[in-house]
Write a protein that binds this ligand. Structure first.
Ligand SMILES: [Zn+2]
Length: 199
């Protein structure tokens, strides 16, 4: 319930700004909303910056990357410096794809490739057009975002927040920070050199 209020607040306050998220690699966004002593920090990051790829992990190396990033982003200190007097109420990480349970898929994948060769041969005979379409779909460039929401409960009001994400996801060059607090609203582009945002 309170999350809905916070998100609604953000959409109302930030509607004049570029909340419509444009997917640009190297650039993420952070929405900050205050509802009295509850603060929401909502990150949206291009999957390309978080993982180095934007598709389902296809091998063990990529699955390891996804798992390690999940561990990293599940720790709030890798996102923000939690201010004194604040405690973490909730922390949700939403990946665009699964990090586990695709071992079977991997095996299936190989056999798929084998069979696709066979289909390629069949193709010369003017068959299996459906398979051709399926392949084009698969090769189409994908863009995905990772979403992370951290909710803090703070005794004193926060007047600034230091973003630690730049240290941990170095390919993020900038964050479009938009906030709506009890005292006002604003936006700023944060970088590793301007990682403390006055809100
Ligand atoms: Zn992308």
């Amino acid at each position: 319930m309170i999350f809905k209020r916070l998100y609604l607040l953000l959409f109302i306050c930030a509607s004049g700004q570029s909340l419509a998220n444009v997917h640009v690699h190297g650039a993420g966004s952070l929405f900050i909303a205050q509802d009295n002593n509850v603060w929401l920090f909502h990150y949206e990051l291009p999957a390309a910056d978080v993982f180095g790829f934007e598709h389902q992990p296809e091998n063990d190396k990529q699955r390891d990357i996804v798992l390690s990033r999940k561990h990293l982003l599940n720790d709030a200190k890798h996102l923000i410096q939690v201010p004194a007097g604040c405690s973490i109420q909730a922390h949700d990480v939403n990946f665009p794809f699964d990090d586990e349970g695709h071992n079977d898929h991997s095996a299936g994948h190989d056999s798929h490739h084998n069979s696709s060769n066979e289909h390629g041969e069949a193709h010369e005979h003017g068959e299996a057009h459906e398979h051709s379409e399926a392949h084009e779909e698969k090769k189409a460039p994908e863009h995905n975002d990772v979403e992370i929401a951290v909710t803090l409960k703070c005794k004193p009001d926060i007047s600034n927040i230091t973003l630690t994400l730049f240290d941990h996801i170095p390919s993020i060059n900038s964050l479009n920070v938009v906030w709506a607090t009890n005292v006002g609203q604003g936006s700023q582009t944060a970088t590793i050199k301007t990682a403390t945002v006055r809100i």
